[in-house]
Write a protein that binds this ligand. Structure first.
Ligand SMILES: *[C@@H]1O[C@H](CO)[C@@H](O)[C@H](O)[C@H]1NC(C)=O
Ligand SMILES: *[C@@H]1O[C@H](CO)[C@@H](O)[C@H](O)[C@H]1NC(C)=O
Ligand SMILES: *[C@@H]1O[C@H](CO)[C@@H](O)[C@H](O)[C@H]1NC(C)=O
Ligand SMILES: *[C@@H]1O[C@H](CO)[C@@H](O)[C@H](O)[C@H]1NC(C)=O
Length: 242
């Protein structure tokens, strides 16, 4: 089971950037970020309500301060199907950094040591209700763009949704490909049928790998499951009902 878990885990990390999105030829789109952006007002939880991807559900983003100025913790979470019958609830943790104080709504997000940082542009927000964000990662001559309509709640008025889309259209962006993201029946990290997979920046570095395997299993499966892991002949997955 540990082996199964780890191979799934590696697969998850490797496929994360490709999740539901295609890399396209070309560089990241130029999009105007919010003027006079104030990151302290943007902190906290945001629910993703629409995206240029039709396979998402329950996606959230959380921004938190760090002890360093211009650096923030970012958490992206949502469900993912890794082993067919089990709902996984993933949370990946990254560091967002404002690289130019004149453009504070432009950040570089480092999710994992394996990948170069991803660009984050906050192109629209009123801080209290809605926001529009764009993530773009580059891979050689190709790039992958993820765009989200965010809300402080699991719903958003038509009017505010339109503000985000209008802002995109001002940037010559097509909003035709947008799909809603449902926030119903979202797996909770503390429910029976959910594995919460936590992905940190240094997860799977050669250095941390060996040392962290046990901790990873413990964190992700809980004490109960990790002790069952020790019995190789037993599939601990069976204790989790779909
Ligand atoms: C940003 O927002 C915080 C919290 O509302 C406030 O204390 C601070 O003065 C604001 N900064 C600027 C530059 O407006
Ligand atoms: C979201 O839904 C709740 C409950 O139905 C409602 O009270 C709230 O006003 C709605 N918010 C928006 C922004 O539509
Ligand atoms: C977990 O499963 C047990 C037994 O099937 C059930 O009684 C309990 O309500 C479940 N707890 C949650 C949080 O789903
Ligand atoms: C391991 O699992 C097998 C099959 O379920 C069981 O018979 C055996 O007693 C278990 N061993 C330990 C050490 O739990």
């Amino acid at each position: 089971m540990i082996r199964l878990f780890l191979s799934g885990f590696v697969l998850l990390i490797l496929s994360f950037h490709g999740l539901g999105y295609e890399y396209e030829f070309g560089s990241c789109p130029k999009i105007k970020s919010v003027n006079n952006f104030n990151m302290s007002m943007f902190l906290g939880v945001w629910y993703a309500l629409e995206a240029n991807d039709d396979k998402l559900s329950c996606t959230t983003f959380t921004f938190k301060t760090t002890e360093k100025p211009l650096k923030y913790n970012i958490e992206e979470s949502g469900p993912i199907q890794l082993i067919s019958i089990i709902k996984h609830f993933y949370a990946r943790f990254g560091k967002a950094k404002i690289e130019d104080v004149d453009y504070p709504a432009n950040m570089a997000v480092k999710w994992n040591w394996m990948y170069p940082p991803e660009d984050l542009v906050i192109f629209e927000t009123d801080y209290n209700n809605y926001a529009g964000v764009l993530f773009c990662s580059k891979l050689g001559l190709a790039s992958q763009t993820r765009i989200f309509v965010l809300s402080r709640e699991t719903n958003l008025t038509q009017e505010n949704t339109q503000k985000v889309k209008d802002s995109l259209q001002l940037n010559q962006y097509s909003v035709k490909e947008f799909s809603p993201i449902k926030h119903k029946d979202c797996p909770k990290s503390n429910s029976n049928n959910t594995f919460k997979i936590k992905i940190f920046q240094d997860t799977l570095t050669p250095k941390s790998l060996g040392r962290n395997i046990e901790k990873l299993v413990k964190d992700n499966f809980g004490e109960k499951h990790s002790s069952e892991e020790k019995n190789e002949s037993q599939e601990s997955v069976t204790t989790i009902q779909p």
